[in-house]
Design a protein around this ligand. Structure first.
Ligand SMILES: Cc1ncc(COP(=O)(O)O)c(C=O)c1O
Length: 393
């Protein structure tokens, strides 16, 4: 009889169950919106990255349907063979103007944009200087490149400077940070890091996945927020969060984008977006240009909710953005908090190791522009009830 070579997986899964870290996928039964139906319940939804509520914006839906009618449901090929449609080109031109760069290339996701770009640009002869809390897609890109990886403590510009200065003058090196850190909601120290890159000749790269549509004029991101246009060589953004659809992109010089067309493996070896996705993203850029007040609503809701949590006495870490963690310590405690909130009608996902350090587990909340104050007050009331029950406040 054949012995199951995957039997060890049961042991691994049992260990997760024992530690209270085993997760069942929650199922969204209708639309991704402020109050949603999840696992048979109507819940106030604080778990999505749908910052501006664009997943259900009527104009975006119309444009997607129109694109399907005109161009079909799929692109049928990778970009470099037959899968580049006029809509893909139009989206890239619009994004380049939006980000104030010479050119843009769109990838299938923010993950592939980061991993594909870092692994294409750097080789085993090179060095990457990376913030310790950078996103997994950056870490995977660094590993794939086989470059030496030097990690600096979170947001520590002086530590990054010391590492960069210690390297030989001719060394090719990349300095990389998230614009907004996805689990803590704090903002990368862009002006300081740009200065380090300029002093030491580093390529400067910022992953603005959680800042695009949220920070800066019309949601242009942290580069615009800090006024460091022209000082960041590579900007990554995502189309999957505030933009409401799917995808990632790299914005930079024409030479950078041309090089990625030839060397970025997800661009070369994975089929491009369906035309409806490109059309949706173009429509989202129209919304950012024509209705910037939705970004103001996002920030008003962010201030209201964050202040409410802090008034109740929760530890909300170092957040400076609509991502507000509610710190819970041990992983099992964060999962318990999340589960009890869900029973009370609030969907806020628990985040534990390996996504965050073992003793820094949390429930991660994100408000959107489309939450009403009543929905947010309801959520705060449930946080108060469950927080007292679990002795977090
Ligand atoms: C900081 C950061 N970068 C990149 C990504 C990947 O973006 P996408 O979901 O479009 O693949 C994420 C998403 O979780 C993220 O949080």
């Amino acid at each position: 009889m054949r012995i199951d070579p995957l039997a060890f997986l049961d042991t691994e899964l049992d260990a997760l169950r024992e530690q209270g870290l085993y997760r069942r996928l929650r199922i969204l039964e209708d639309r991704q919106q402020a109050t949603a139906h999840v696992d048979g319940r109507s819940v106030v939804n604080l778990s999505s990255n749908n910052y501006l509520g664009l997943t259900t914006h009527p104009m975006l839906i119309e444009r997607a349907i129109q694109a399907i009618r005109e161009h079909g449901v799929g692109s049928g090929s990778v970009r470099t063979i037959a899968g580049t449609m006029t809509l893909h080109m139009e989206l890239e031109e619009r994004l380049a103007r939006f980000k104030k760069t010479d050119a843009v290339v769109v990838f299938q996701s923010g993950f592939t944009a980061n991993a594909g770009t870092v692994s294409a640009l750097l080789t085993k002869e090179d060095v990457i200087i990376s913030d310790e809390l950078n996103h997994a897609s950056i870490i995977d890109g660094c590993r794939l490149s086989r470059a030496a990886i030097k990690v600096f403590p979170h947001k520590d510009v002086d530590a990054a400077r010391r590492i960069a200065h210690a390297l030989p003058a001719g060394q090719r090196k990349l300095l990389i940070t998230d614009g907004v850190f996805s689990m803590d909601g704090d903002v990368g120290p862009l002006p300081g890091l740009c200065a380090v890159a300029e002093e030491t000749g580093c390529i400067m790269m910022v992953d603005d996945a959680h800042a695009s549509g949220v920070f800066g004029q019309n949601g242009r991101g942290t580069i615009d927020h800090f006024g460091v246009h022209g000082r960041v060589d590579i900007q990554v953004g995502t189309l999957s969060k505030a933009i409401g659809a799917l995808g990632g992109y790299v914005a930079g010089s024409k030479a950078l984008i041309d090089f990625l067309h030839h060397r970025a493996r997800p661009f070369l070896f994975s089929t491009s977006h369906p035309p409806s996705v490109a059309a949706t993203c173009i429509a989202a850029l129209d919304v950012l240009e024509q209705e910037p007040q939705i970004i103001d609503r996002l920030w008003a809701n962010t201030r209201f909710f964050k202040a409410g949590l802090q008034r109740l006495g929760f530890d909300t870490g170092m957040s400076e953005s609509p991502i507000t963690p509610v710190m819970a310590g041990e992983g099992s405690r964060a999962m318990k908090l999340s589960d009890r909130l869900f029973e009370e009608g609030v969907f806020a996902q628990g985040i534990a190791f390996p996504t965050v350090a073992r003793d820094r587990a949390r429930v991660r909340t994100i408000v959107t522009a489309t939450h009403t104050q009543d929905e947010l007050q309801f959520a705060l009331d449930q946080f108060e009830k469950v927080g007292r029950e679990l002795e977090l406040i």
